[in-house]
Design a protein around this ligand. Structure first.
Ligand SMILES: C[S@@+](CC[C@H](N)C(=O)[O-])C[C@H]1O[C@@H](n2cnc3c(N)ncnc32)[C@H](O)[C@@H]1O
Length: 325
C-alpha cells in the first residue's frame, strides 16, 4: 500500500498564519517552489512557509487590530487586553510568539486543599468584589488546562518557542503531568522565595516553574544557569500574588533576545511586562479582571516614562546576585 502524500493548501496556511495568500505564493515562487494544482504544496515546502511567516512581524498586530487594546505603550511595544486566557490565545496567529511566561490563577489549590478556613488570596478579601476574591481563578480541570496548553503550543513559533509556566506544589501535582502531553518538558525550576509564607504543616517557601519547548531544539542562553532561583517574595504587594519582576527576568535572560515577542495570558499586575521591557522585548498580555488591567496599565506607563517600577520599588535580588548581571 502506498503511503498517502501529505500536502497543504496555501489558502489554508494563509488563514492559519494570518498572512496574505499572495505573500506566501510570492515567497514560494521567489524560492523556485512550484505551487501545484489547487494551490497545494508538499510537506517539505511547508517548512519554507513556516520560515517565511516567522519573519512577518506585523501578524500579531493585524490579528489583534480587530479589537482595541485596553492599553498600548507609546512606542507600541507593549499591549494588554482584557480577556480570558484561552479566548485571547485563540485570536493570535499560529507560530507567532517566541516566549510565553505565565503564572495562572489555579482554582485547584483552593478547591482541593481541605485545610481549614483560609483561602490563598484571603488576605486581600476586603479589597475584592467577587465573593471576597480580588480576581477569578482559572478553572483548571484537565479539559480546560489541555485547551490552554494546545493554544500555547499553537501560538509558539516552531523555531524559537519556549514556555515557562508557574505552579504551586498542589497544582503541579494535578496538572504538571498534562503539560507533557502537549509540550516538550525540559526542566522543573524551583523558585526559592527566601522568606517563608503561610502553611498548615510546613510553611511554604517555594514555587515551581516548568520550562518546556514546543518541540524545537533551541537551547537557553548558557549552560550555567542553575534550576534553583532565589529571589525574595514581595511583601504586602499592591496586587495579590504579585511576583518579583526578577523571576520573569530570569526566564527571559535564558530564553529571549531583544525584539522577541513575549506573551503572558495571566497578566496580573504586569510583572512579566516589566521584565519584557527590561529585556527589550515586545510584549502582549491579557487578564480577565478589571483590576489587573487598571493596575497593569498604570504600572507599564509609569515604567515606560520614568524607568521606575511603582509596584516593586526595591530589588528582590539576594546577596548572591543574579545570573545575568
Ligand atoms: C497569579 S495571578 C498573576 C500574577 C502576576 N504574575 C503578577 O506578578 O502580578 C493570576 C491572574 O490570572 C487572572 N485570571 C484568572 N482567570 C483568568 C482567565 N480565565 N483568563 C485570564 N486571566 C485570568 C487573575 O485575574 C490574576 O490576575
Amino acid at each position: 500500500m502506498r503511503a498517502e502524500v501529505v500536502t497543504y493548501k496555501t489558502s489554508e496556511l494563509a488563514e492559519t498564519f494570518m498572512v496574505k495568500e499572495s505573500s506566501i505564493n510570492d515567497y514560494l515562487t521567489s524560492q523556485n517552489i512550484i505551487i501545484k494544482e489547487g494551490g497545494r504544496i508538499s510537506e517539505r515546502d511547508y517548512q519554507t512557509v513556516i520560515d517565511f511567516v516567522e519573519t512577518q512581524e506585523k501578524r500579531i498586530e493585524r490579528a489583534l487590530q480587530k479589537r482595541k487594546s485596553e492599553f498600548t505603550s507609546k512606542d507600541k511595544t507593549v499591549s494588554i487586553y482584557q480577556d480570558d486566557a484561552i479566548s485571547f490565545l485563540k485570536k493570535l496567529p499560529s507560530n507567532s510568539v517566541d516566549v510565553i511566561v505565565t503564572d495562572p490563577a489555579y482554582s485547584g489549590m483552593n478547591n482541593m486543599l481541605q485545610l481549614g478556613e483560609g483561602r490563598i488570596v484571603g488576605k486581600y478579601a476586603d479589597k475584592g468584589g467577587d465573593q471576597g476574591k480580588w480576581f477569578s481563578e482559572f478553572e483548571d480541570s484537565e479539559e480546560n488546562y489541555a485547551a490552554f496548553l494546545i493554544e500555547c503550543k499553537r501560538v509558539l513559533k516552531r523555531s524559537t518557542g519556549h514556555i515557562y509556566i508557574m505552579f504551586d506544589s498542589y497544582s503541579l501535582l494535578s496538572l504538571g503531568g498534562i503539560v507533557r502531553k502537549y509540550l516538550d518538558v525540559k526542566n522543573l525550576i524551583t523558585w526559592d522565595k527566601v522568606n517563608m509564607g503561610m502553611g498548615h504543616y510546613f510553611r511554604r517557601r517555594h514555587e515551581y516553574i516548568l520550562f518546556a519547548t514546543n518541540g524545537n531544539k533551541r537551547k537557553v542562553k548558557t549552560k550555567n544557569i542553575p534550576d534553583v532561583w532565589r529571589f525574595k517574595r514581595i511583601h504586602n504587594s499592591a496586587y495579590p500574588t504579585q511576583k518579583p519582576v526578577e523571576v520573569f527576568q530570569a526566564m527571559l535572560y535564558a530564553s529571549a533576545e531583544p525584539g522577541f515577542v513575549v506573551c503572558d495570558p495571566f497578566l496580573g499586575s504586569a510583572s512579566a511586562a516589566i521584565a519584557a521591557m527590561k529585556s527589550k522585548c515586545r510584549f502582549i498580555g491579557c487578564d480577565i479582571s478589571d483590576k489587573s488591567i487598571q493596575v497593569a496599565a498604570k504600572r507599564i506607563e509609569r515604567f515606560a516614562q520614568t524607568g521606575n517600577d511603582p509596584l516593586q520599588p526595591s530589588s528582590a535580588v539576594t546577596v548572591e546576585g543574579t545570573f545575568w548581571e
